[in-house]
Ligand binder design. Sequence first.
Ligand SMILES: C[S@@+](CC[C@H](N)C(=O)[O-])C[C@H]1O[C@@H](n2cnc3c(N)ncnc32)[C@H](O)[C@@H]1O
Length: 495
Amino acid sequence: MGGSPAGAVSQALDRFKALLSREEYAQLLAELERPLPQALRINPLKINPAEAIQAWAERYHWTLKPVYYEPAGWQVESSPGPISQTIEHRLGFYYIQDAASMLPATLFDLDPARQPLILDMAASPGGKTTHLASRSGDQGLIIANDASLSRLPALRIVLKNWSAYHTAITHYPGEILGDWLPEKFDCVLLDAPCSMQGLRSTESHPMRSITDNEKLGLAQRQGRLLQSAFKAVRPGGQVVYSTCTLTPEEDEAVLDALLAHFPGLAEVEDISRHFPQPVPALTSDGGSRQFDPSVTRAARLWPHRLGTSGFFAALIRKQGSLDLPRAPFDQKAKPASRTTTALTSSQQAELLSRLSQAYGFDFFQQVEQDGLVLARGPAIHHTVPIYAQPSSFETHFPGLRVQSLGLLFGEETPDGFVLSHEWATRFGQHFNAGRYLIADDQIPAWISGEDLPGLSLPASPETRIVIVTDAPGRNLGRGKIQRDRLRNLLPKNSL
Ligand SMILES: C[S@@+](CC[C@H](N)C(=O)[O-])C[C@H]1O[C@@H](n2cnc3c(N)ncnc32)[C@H](O)[C@@H]1O
């Protein structure tokens, strides 16, 4: 029994019983009998969330409940079909994420106009990175870091689908980033690796039993990571510490240890305004250990409190400088960065003006106003990728090796320039040309990935790639006009 997810839940419940009043424990048990509603968060970089949710609820017959603290977040209480199987999900118009996981990014005071520098220290697969990109209006810069090489591909796919370009992916143990980049960031998110004792076992996150030794090892690592996060944030900046576990050793105790380590410098902020009812953290671990009284300002989301998975989050403000020296980057053991070479300004201007004409959209202004530079990557089979990269990266992080920087803009192919899926899904709705309307009865075939036959349209190299739309004007992804058909360029990897 102990090895199954259900066994793990009942073992954790035995432990947690002592942390709740009898009444609350009964509420928790009742809550766990109810299915956890799926939830989604809308991508404001691609669509207006308020308008989109109404249209989707009607189209897909969803019953919705707002996520209290996130205006672009919705719990889907009922849906005739899986919410993962829509074209909008496939094209990154929304991300499926448990409502509790939407909490950490909402806690930061983020002002896009101030171009915030953000570190997401343990980022993969990137759900919260996409949320940070939304909240910062894809301005400033997000370093999305993860120590696990095998988890970087997932992070890449999620960021690509969100179409945020002010991002860089790095692959370092988070523990060293505070020494390498002391007092650099306005905001640091540490969504820590944890034992996942959140009491809601799902297919993608099955709960398993853990030993005391594992818990101790995790807590020690969390402590080191949180100290590193605190070093990396600038004086006056904010750190969010979050876990999807309810074990006090990994939650309140880690926060309490940080406060003890940096007395007077680390302050837990009051976040109660984010919740419809109090969700205070614990005052003690249920045994002899009492925590600093300010620890209770953190949020402990028992599942019955807001109808989510179990979750913990704290917002910490850095009240002064630690006066740390900056340790030099030691990147010898890391694989080299992907090398890119910036286009000359006339090459960039020429490409942008060709595309602006082809699509009736001011690519020039978009690239300029967002401080992007176009850069060529290494050719793969006669195809040269062109990336849109934030020019601020070099200013703030010279010499830091990255796994990737910015967003694919398009590809130079022997057949002409192919605008990327990432840009087409982010901006295609605003194109005044290069759109191709398909009939209602063609939509199911298109969405299932089929080519549409029967075309005989002339097309210049730049207008061969079109944004496919339907009568209501939805962006249905890219197609390629060929002599006898419209080739389907919908991504294959996310359905
Ligand atoms: C809870 S998950 C992060 C989930 C992610 N924030 C999201 O919302 O999609 C924790 C991540 O920490 C990474 N990790 C584990 N140890 C780490 C370390 N020492 N430094 C940085 N990342 C680490 C794991 O590979 C894992 O991807």
